[in-house]
Design a protein around this ligand. Structure first.
Ligand SMILES: Cc1ncc(C[n+]2csc(CCOP(=O)(O)OP(=O)(O)O)c2C)c(N)n1
Length: 554
């Protein structure tokens, strides 16, 4: 039966009926009708953040941890523009986020009205799709389509801009949940799979390179089966970390700018690289002209436009990682690569975190692993600590490493960890940040307290914007221009928010303090005082080839 309800009610109702149960947002003038309707939908939990950027990152973290769409809400103008960094982050990392923004009323659009911004125009290049909804009668279909588009194929963010008068407009509403908007994914062509299987059978030095697409498609078992059937050593990109068990004998580690030397050397010697769900971006390849000079490349990606974009593919297969890998497992003959593995292993060294003992990254991350029994989700920020975590944390379960890979967004960890916690309320979630990135979104501690979000906050305090300082050390003659950074007293800061805060500057306290912080009932903050000028090694200079790592302090 058709009933007369407002656009705001249609929005809430359609979200709830589509299975959305949490929104991260912040109100304001142009979105007030939506917020007026919201309390009538108790199934929609609203989490009030302290900055809209955090709403977008939290929705992104929720999406990555849950495999479902993450939703954020903001008002027009500054509210909407504050979402932009979060949407760009989600776009670069293929995360299904739906953003709902208020817009000035239709009659005011184009008049430089108060808090008017063309957010559809601004976000066009960083969303899969953006809608300006001009009629409330279209809202239900737009919301359902947006949710489908965000998740379909290669996931990504979608924006729905709703003028205030459209939120107030009353129209007849007939629920249409269940409508199918997404076209089916293309089936992987058999000849591509057969060709790839033939290349795998013939290769002397094959590698399997695993990216975010494997996590997005939950293709863990399939990838493991392919690796074990063929003996191909496995490399996991930054966003592919936790897609393959760390301790598995076939696992090599991370490639690229801060990848281990034996991993990059294997790439340079390989005669075949089977890339599953990755972009071959510049942080992975280094100088493209010198990348994997002997390798043919099989590139599997759900996004047709990625194939051949950065590296030429001998075989390109369009399809999701789970389907295609399953087909590859069926098509490949059993083989092993013992000689090749022995050649790689001969060059393997321990990951070099540039200093040992004391307050080393290994010791800190080991304490977090021990306190959580390894059963935690780690969300990292951007910088040196991010690379240390990527290289050193022993991930045991799939999809337990969340980071901003493509955009490299400082400030991501704290709010994204809030979203991850909402998606996984029963397990520890640790946000690991540097002193720079933490200060970008530390106001979200208030959100955690108000909303009861149990996120553990680790701050690696080296007194610098460490990764930039490291570049200055190597490429700018040690001119530390604007990279020393002052911090507040984090223990007092935590106290001001009413949460436990700890400072550790002696490794002998690590186990005790991290254990207490992890066991505390709500959020807790631990500041780790680390060596100021530690570096992340090895390092490929920007634009350099994977064959030319800087391996130690100079
Ligand atoms: C929003 C944003 N601004 C600037 C940068 C450039 N950047 C990359 S790493 C980095 C330093 C990070 O310092 P910190 O958070 O203290 O972490 P550390 O590297 O010391 O572990 C900067 C400034 C960025 N990635 N993101």
């Amino acid at each position: 039966m058709t009933e007369l309800i407002s656009g705001a009610h249609i929005l809430c109702r359609t979200l709830a009926e589509a299975g959305v149960d949490v929104l991260f947002g912040y109100p304001g003038g142009a979105i007030m009708p939506f917020y007026h309707a919201l309390p009538e939908f108790p199934g929609l939990r609203h989490i009030l953040v302290r900055h809209e950027q955090a709403a977008a990152h939290a929705a992104d973290g929720y999406a990555r941890a849950s495999g479902r769409v993450g939703v954020c809400v903001a008002t027009s103008g500054p509210g909407a523009t504050n979402l932009v960094t979060g949407l760009a982050t989600a776009h670069m990392d293929s995360s299904p986020v739906v953003a709902i923004t208020g817009q000035v009323s239709r009659a005011m659009i184009g008049r430089d009205a108060f808090q008017e911004t063309d957010i559809v125009g601004i976000t066009l290049p960083i969303t899969k799709q953006s809608y300006l909804v001009q009629d409330a009668a279209e809202l239900a279909d737009v919301v359902l389509e947006a949710i489908a588009v965000a998740q379909h194929g290669r996931p990504g963010p979608v924006l729905i801009d709703v003028p205030k008068d459209v939120q107030n407009q009353k129209v007849g509403f007939a629920p249409s949940v269940g409508a199918q908007h997404a076209a089916p994914l293309p089936a992987a062509p058999d000849d591509g799979v057969r060709h790839a299987a033939a290349l795998i059978a013939a290769a002397q030095r094959p590698l399997l390179m695993v990216g975010h697409g494997v996590i997005l498609a939950s293709a863990y078992a399939e990838v493991r089966a392919l690796a074990e059937k063929t003996g191909m050593p496995v490399i996991t990109t930054l966003l592919g970390i936790s897609a393959f068990p760390e301790g598995h004998p076939l696992h090599l580690g991370m490639p690229g700018m801060h990848g281990e030397v034996h991993v990059n050397r294997a790439i340079q010697r390989a005669d075949l690289i089977v890339g599953l769900g990755l972009r071959f971006d510049d942080r992975v390849t280094g100088n493209l002209a010198a990348f994997a000079p002997r390798a043919q490349i099989v590139h599997v990606d759900v996004d047709r436009t990625e194939i051949g974009r950065n590296v030429p593919a001998a075989v390109g297969i369009v399809g999701d990682a789970k389907t295609v890998t399953r087909q590859l497992v069926a098509a490949t003959a059993t083989r092993q690569c013992d000689a090749w593995r022995a050649e790689i292993e001969a060059g393997r060294r321990l990951p070099d975190a540039s200093f040992r003992g004391g307050m080393s990254p290994e010791a800190i991350l080991g304490a977090i692993r021990d306190a959580t029994d390894g059963a935690c989700t780690i969300v990292t920020d951007v910088g040196q600590h991010q690379m240390w975590v990527a290289k050193l944390f022993p991930y045991r379960r799939p999809n337990t490493h969340i980071t901003s890979g493509g955009l490299g967004t400082m400030g991501f960890a704290v709010p994204a960890a809030m979203g991850a916690h909402v998606a996984r309320p029963g397990e520890p979630v640790w946000a690991i940040s540097g002193d720079g990135g933490f200060q970008m979104n530390m106001a979200e501690m208030a959100t955690m307290v108000q909303e009861g979000l149990t996120v553990k906050l680790a701050v690696f305090n080296n007194g610098y914007l460490g990764m930039v300082r490291q570049w200055q050390q190597f490429f700018h003659g040690k001119r530390y221009s604007s990279t020393p950074i002052w911090s507040p007293d984090y223990v007092k800061l935590a106290a001001a928010y009413g949460i436990p805060g700890y400072r550790v500057d002696d490794a002998s306290d690590l186990a005790d303090v991290v254990g207490r912080a992890n066991a505390a009932p709500g959020p807790a903050l631990v500041e780790f005082v680390i060596e100021q000028e530690a570096n992340v090694f090895p390092m490929i200079p920007p634009g350099g080839s994977l064959s030319e790592p800087i391996e130690a302090a100079v």
